[in-house]
Design a protein around this ligand. Structure first.
Ligand code: 5CA
Length: 156
């Protein structure tokens, strides 16, 4: 197992989750790739997006079929300005590369917001630290484990 995946599994265990990892050699770098490889709806893929809200790295866990409404994330986080974090800032704050960012187990303590649309599914799939490894989780468990705030984060 890749060391990133071991770290995510260990973080999950500390949060009370027994993660079953599935690896896809063909790659699951984007939400569309992940949905095709896993064989689930695009909306069941968790996009773990790192944005800067008033300069603070903030995680938005978005349904794979949605685009982030940056103003909505800023408002949910109690801020005003929201912008995409660059790849280096993302790596520093989360400890993981873009395309493999897990929803928890980050290198630094980041505020987490969950897209309400994820709650419509029985099971959602998130990256486990690499652009190949994924795990399934019930959305309510994801919210509990991440201590996330649920918000309407999608562009409509
Ligand atoms: N493994 C898949 C599904 S779990 C995954 O990680 N998808 S993702 O959506 O969470 O990660 C890809 C996202 O990273 C893209 O939607 C895009 O918003 C973002 N991204 C891609 N390139 C960059 C970049 N250079 N800087 C910041 N964000 C980027």
């Amino acid at each position: 197992m890749h060391r990133n995946v071991e770290a995510v599994v260990a973080a999950g265990r500390r949060l009370g989750l027994d993660l079953q990892i599935r690896s896809f050699p063909e790659g699951t770098r984007t939400a569309a790739d992940a949905a095709a490889a896993i064989g689930v709806e695009l909306g069941q893929i968790v996009k773990s997006l790192a944005f800067l809200v008033d300069g603070r790295v903030t995680m938005a866990l978005l349904s794979g079929s949605n685009r982030l409404d940056e103003a909505a994330l800023a408002a949910a986080a109690g801020g005003t300005r929201c912008e995409r974090a660059d790849a280096r800032a993302v790596r520093e704050a989360t400890g993981f590369p873009i395309g493999g960012i897990p929803p928890f187990g980050h290198a630094t303590d980041l505020p987490v917001f969950v897209d309400r649309d994820l709650l419509a599914h029985d099971e959602v799939w998130a990256a486990a630290g690499t652009p190949r490894d994924n795990f399934a989780v019930a959305p309510a468990e994801l919210v509990r484990a991440t201590g996330a705030t649920v918000a309407d984060l999608a562009e409509r």
